[in-house]
Design a protein around this ligand. Structure first.
Ligand code: HEM
Length: 375
């Protein structure tokens, strides 16, 4: 195992513990990167001004630079530092705190249109993005279309994508841009959140606005699918817990809160050193890369007592699953609400969890189980 293949290993947690035992910030020859594995190191790297989200010499991955998906990528707050991150974030993040939870739950339920494993797949991979699109004022039909297009777009974010997937990502980018431009031009009152975002982007190039709206859907897609799937897996692995949750559905929220820490959908993220710096006594040079093991930090006993136990009633839970510092996920409350509502609906309408097969999607950082009916 290495820090990248760990993301989709059946049980990477003993390996993460072995990395922490060697020191929180160590150099890995195999992946030619620094590895931040302890909570202290993960926190220090994520908060360090000289650890950036992209290498300065390659702000957009070569595979998509100069093409439609690359143009969107280049504007995303997630992929930028300085004003190009702060400005879109200040327009988008505040409205995320005012989202109506009841409305989110109602949309999740309404979007669950098929029973069985197909419905489960829909609940993981179509429903969450469709809810975010609906929050931005799209109709139910357009929300589902946007969700399917987002699935194609996110292929541009993975180094594992092949030429056909990248081609589909470029095509989807054009369609997403058209749909968002139309939505913005409608200038109606369908979404107070979108109205606030547009006001926040006044005077900024329209491409910046459209790219960051696409970014919201892209950020939702795989991570929320993973969060829902990992909670379902926790129940498949522990029939007594499944029984308890069925008896007491109010425990779904606490379960989801613990699973995001215990088995996070985004296992790692990257940073790139842009100026010589010293982190926890280790000297880092410009041009060096750091794999930041969020999932390992969550299991650090210095962060949470008894970290390897899944405890729905854990007190003072601490987690890096949504990042930390200036790029910390602004969508975490929404993600948790969507995931809890989705899991509740899955438990009502999907097949018995013990009748499902599953495998992790190939990924360098996402831990996203995909389910199918057992033959
Ligand atoms: C379970 C679901 C989710 C997880 C685990 C997750 C996790 C993360 C993480 C770890 C980061 C920081 C990455 C880094 O610093 O390298 C991040 C950033 C971000 N997330 Fe989420 N996310 C989720 C859902 C969402 C949702 C639903 C939205 C919005 C609708 C969203 C919007 C964003 C945005 C815009 C950023 C970039 C923030 C910035 O760079 O300033 N995320 N997310």
């Amino acid at each position: 195992m290495d820090p990248i293949t760990a993301a989709t290993h059946p049980d990477p947690y003993p390996y993460y513990a072995s990395l922490r035992a060697k020191g929180g910030l160590t150099f890995d020859q195999q992946v030619q990167s620094w590895i931040a594995s302890s909570a202290e190191a993960v926190c220090a790297v994520l908060r360090h001004a000289d650890c950036h989200v992209r290498p300065p010499q390659e702000p957009v991955p070569k595979a998509i630079a100069g093409r439609p998906a690359g143009q969107v990528f280049g504007h995303l707050m997630r992929m930028n530092e300085g004003e190009r991150q702060r400005c879109p974030r200040s327009a988008i993040a505040p409205g995320l705190q005012d989202i109506d939870r009841q409305q989110v739950r109602a949309w999740v339920r309404a979007g669950f249109i098929e029973d069985g494993a197909a419905g489960l797949h829909h609940a993981q991979f179509i429903g969450p993005v469709a809810v975010v699109a609906a929050l931005l004022g799209f109709s139910p039909a357009d929300s589902r279309l946007l969700s399917a297009l987002t699935r194609d777009f996110v292929a541009c974010l993975s180094p594992l994508s092949d030429a056909a997937q990248l081609h589909a990502a470029h095509r989807a980018t054009g369609q997403l841009q058209v749909l968002f431009r139309k939505r913005i031009e409608a200038n109606d009152s369908a979404s107070a959140w979108l109205t606030g975002i547009c006001q926040g982007f006044a005077g900024v190039a329209p491409n910046d606005l459209v790219a960051n709206l696409i970014g919201l859907l892209a950020q939702t897609h795989e991570a929320t699918a993973g969060l829902i799937g990992n909670a379902l897996l926790a129940l498949i692995r522990d029939p007594a817990l499944l029984h308890r949750i069925r008896e007491e559905p109010t425990l779904i929220g606490p379960l989801q809160a613990e699973v995001q820490r215990f088995d996070p959908p985004v296992q790692n993220t990257r940073r790139f050193v842009v100026a010589r710096c010293d982190i926890l006594g280790v000297s880092l040079e410009p041009g060096e890369a750091i794999v930041v093991l969020l999932a390992s930090a969550n299991r650090d006993p210095a962060l949470n007592p008894q970290p390897d136990l899944l405890l729905t009633d854990r007190l003072n839970r601490r987690s890096f699953s949504f990042g930390a510092g200036r790029h910390e996920c602004p969508g975490q409350t929404l993600a948790m609400d969507i995931a809890a509502a989705s899991l509740a609906t899955i438990l009502e309408r999907a097949p018995q969890p013990d009748r499902l097969d599953w495998r992790y999607r190939p990924s360098v950082n996402g831990r996203i189980p995909v389910f199918s009916d057992r033959p």
